[in-house]
Design a protein around this ligand. Structure first.
Ligand code: NAG
Ligand code: NAG
Length: 206
């Protein structure tokens, strides 16, 4: 009786342990294509400056990306464009509401709305350069990616200029508008920086 109970004790206590700790090698555990695409995005996001933001903002579209670096760069560009347009609308609304009627703040809002509009235009051009890229080869790919890098870098510069405009506004005191706009622009800069890194990876062998 005793040996039997020991056997069952062993069986029930240790077998599950063994079963749980021996993870089958990846090729024996086929992943769903979606699951795999999610891992693909996580791995690519390591190439960016804000990998957590990269992953959380892009992973829900994993199946659309189909493990394609070009589609991922395009998706990141699309997401950046959406954020940028929303931010521009927000800044324009602040401006229309007569917020910051104090001269310098009004001027900073006006300049910022314009710079964000230019940035949105440039991110849109980036997206256009990436369209259909997978069907191309050789020099044409290099040319298109180079254009995409140029547009995306220009967008980043415009976003930085907007932030700088608010930072340099001075005035000492705490302006809630300045704080709000700087925080939101800072976030969009992170999205843009990530999208640029994913575009760069298309030619840097990333
Ligand atoms: C999953 O990823 C591996 C390694 O990246 C790849 O070789 C395999 O084809 C992928 N499988 C599916 C179902 O996507
Ligand atoms: C990006 O946006 C364009 C235009 O809305 C859309 O056609 C395309 O499918 C999107 N691509 C990705 C990868 O999100």
């Amino acid at each position: 009786m005793l040996p039997n109970s020991l056997f069952f004790l062993f069986f029930f206590l240790f077998l599950p342990l063994v079963a749980c700790t021996s993870v089958p090698p990846p090729d024996l555990a086929p992943m769903s294509p979606d699951e795999n695409a999610t891992e693909f995005i996580r791995a690519r996001c390591v190439l960016t400056r804000y990998p957590d933001l990269c992953f959380t903002s892009l992973s829900s579209y994993a199946s659309a990306v189909r493990r394609s670096p070009v589609q991922l760069a395009r998706l990141a560009t699309n997401v950046t464009l959406t954020r940028l347009r929303a931010l521009r609308a927000h800044v324009s609304a602040l401006r229309r509401a007569g917020a910051g009627a104090a001269g310098r703040e009004a001027a900073a809002l006006r300049d910022c709305a314009e710079q964000l509009g230019d940035a949105a235009d440039q991110v849109g051009r980036t997206a256009a350069e990436l369209r259909g890229l997978e069907a191309l080869v050789g020099m044409e790919v290099a040319w298109r990616v180079s254009n995409a890098q140029t547009w995306m870098s220009a967008a980043l510069t415009n976003e930085d200029t907007c932030s700088d405009g608010f930072r340099e506004m001075g005035g000492g005191g705490t302006s809630s508008i300045r704080t709000d706009v700087c925080r939101r622009v800072g976030r969009v800069i992170q999205y843009t920086s990530n999208a640029l890194a994913l575009v760069n990876s298309l030619v840097n062998g990333g």
